[in-house]
Design a protein. Structure first.
Length: 478
């Protein structure tokens, strides 16, 4: 107690607080002047470690409260997030790691990228020589030549059709033949009637009569043929589609060849031949037989298993591209914690390589099945990784905030440890009452109160540690 008396004389009641230790001893000095009894040091230590047997009340003067600057908070029903600490591993984001294959077999003639190189989508990675490409380009050249002939024939038939519309030659000729046959028929009919009368009067010979009769029959036949042809040509002219038939056939043939050429070009582009190469093949008539292997996404070339001169097959992986600008955290969530986590919850991640840095992400996937052996649920969280610090298969610690639960809770700052018992200081009319509590789930700011407090209680948060030290000191003087 000699040390306490010395400190009481050193720090008067009007002294300004410069540290928590100064405030503590100033408060002790004030309370000692109010009539606190002295105890020996061994008795004080025994009291500090003794379990709480009965509620203790700490009465403070207004001056002491002003010095300590105590802040209180209300005990209420609040949503408390349940943090979970799990381990997992870093994996590439979904659809952001792609294996590059060739669509056809062939021999590698050039490699344009190296492992670790950053590539853009559509960038050339390798070239391949293939007999299938050669056959397709040969067919393309042949079809291009056929198209030129078909287009010439189409143009010719168009000109004929347009000429027939302007000047129907066949119709004119058919009408002329019909008129000639009609005149000839009338002439032979008159001649037959004259020979018939002469034969009846025994003037003309029988052979002349028979000859006139035969000529009349022949004239009738020619007239009927001319009449039929005229009717046909008139019908054709009236129905213009019939005149257009040959032109339409030429059009169909040219269109068929064009479609075949387009199909060949699409197949070549699908197999990796770029459009500029196709244009060069059709213009020069020379076959290249090469195709390009392009990057299907942008990222880093994380794997290469091909060499120049090697024969590549569609089943073999030539390259792997990994886009690590965003990554996934693979976590095995215990079945018992399933109710605490949902899609959209925030997570915090730490990795051994960067112990002082925290990466944040969001739960984006939870499996619909529970692993039969481990009783865990496959869970993934997506993290942005613009600087590429997080690497594939890197070990990670995951802190999940968890889905909040509504419970009776108070601020974590209000909870103090007294021996093996957790206590809080409840503000009442008499002062601050030391009260033991039983806690439950613990969040970042609030902790669940299972026993010891009720809704509406005001508990000390800021300054609760000083209250604990003071009540321990004061009761050590009893």
């Amino acid at each position: 107690m000699n040390t306490i008396r010395l400190l009481r004389d050193t720090f008067p009641s009007g002294c300004v607080r410069v540290s928590s230790l100064t405030v503590l001893f100033t408060l002790a000095c004030c309370l000692t002047l109010m009539g606190c009894a002295e105890k020996t040091a061994p008795e004080a230590n025994a009291s500090a470690t003794a379990p709480v047997s009965a509620p203790r009340v700490l009465k403070l003067s207004p001056e002491a409260l002003a010095r300590i600057d105590i802040v209180t908070d209300s005990v209420e029903s609040r949503k408390v997030g349940v943090p979970l600490h799990l381990t997992g591993r870093i994996e590439p984001d979904v659809y952001k790691e792609v294996d590059i294959h060739t669509r056809i077999s062939g021999r590698i003639t050039d490699i344009a990228v190296k492992p670790g190189q950053i590539v853009n989508k559509g960038q050339l990675m390798a070239r391949l020589d293939s007999t299938e490409i050669s056959d397709l380009e040969s067919d393309l050249l042949e079809s291009t030549s056929k198209l030129k002939i078909a287009e010439i024939q189409e143009e010719r038939e168009l000109q004929i059709f347009e000429e027939l519309l302007k000047r129907p030659t066949q119709l004119i000729r058919a009408r002329s033949l019909f008129n000639e046959a009609k005149v000839q028929l009338e002439l032979y009919e008159t001649e037959f009637e004259r020979m018939k009368d002469l034969h009846a009067e025994k003037i003309a010979a029988a052979k002349d009569f028979i000859s006139a009769q035969a000529k009349l029959a022949q004239a009738k036949t020619q007239f009927e043929e001319a009449q039929s042809m005229l009717q046909r040509e008139e019908h054709l002219y009236q129905n213009r589609a019939m005149l257009k038939r040959d032109y339409q056939l030429a059009q169909a043939e040219a269109a068929r060849i064009r479609n075949h050429i387009n199909t060949l070009k699409q197949r070549l582009v699908f197999l990796g031949v770029d459009k500029s190469t196709l244009a060069k093949v059709t213009s020069s008539g020379q076959i290249t037989a090469t195709t390009n292997i392009l990057a299907s996404i942008g990222g880093i070339v994380s794997f290469r298993d091909v060499a120049i001169g090697e024969v590549a097959q569609p089943s073999s992986v030539l390259f792997t591209i990994s886009d690590m600008t965003s990554v996934m955290i693979q976590v095995d969530l215990p079945e018992i914690d399933l109710k605490k986590v949902k899609i959209g919850d925030r997570v915090k991640v730490k990795v051994p390589s960067y112990p002082d840095e925290i990466f944040e992400g969001t739960i984006s996937y939870m499996s619909v099945t529970v692993h039969a052996d481990t009783r865990t649920i496959n869970t993934r969280a997506r993290l942005e990784n613009p600087q590429g610090k997080l690497k594939k298969f890197m070990f990670a610690e995951i802190f999940l905030e968890g889905s909040p639960q509504k419970v009776l809770a108070c601020a974590k700052d209000a909870i103090q440890q007294h021996g093996e018992q957790k206590i809080v200081f409840v503000r009442t009319a008499e002062g601050f009452v030391e009260r033991p509590v039983m806690t439950g789930i613990e969040g970042d700011k609030y902790v669940e109160i299972v026993k010891g407090l009720k809704s509406g209680d005001q508990v000390a948060t800021q300054g609760s540690l000083m209250l604990k030290n003071e009540i321990t000191f004061r009761h050590s003087d009893d």
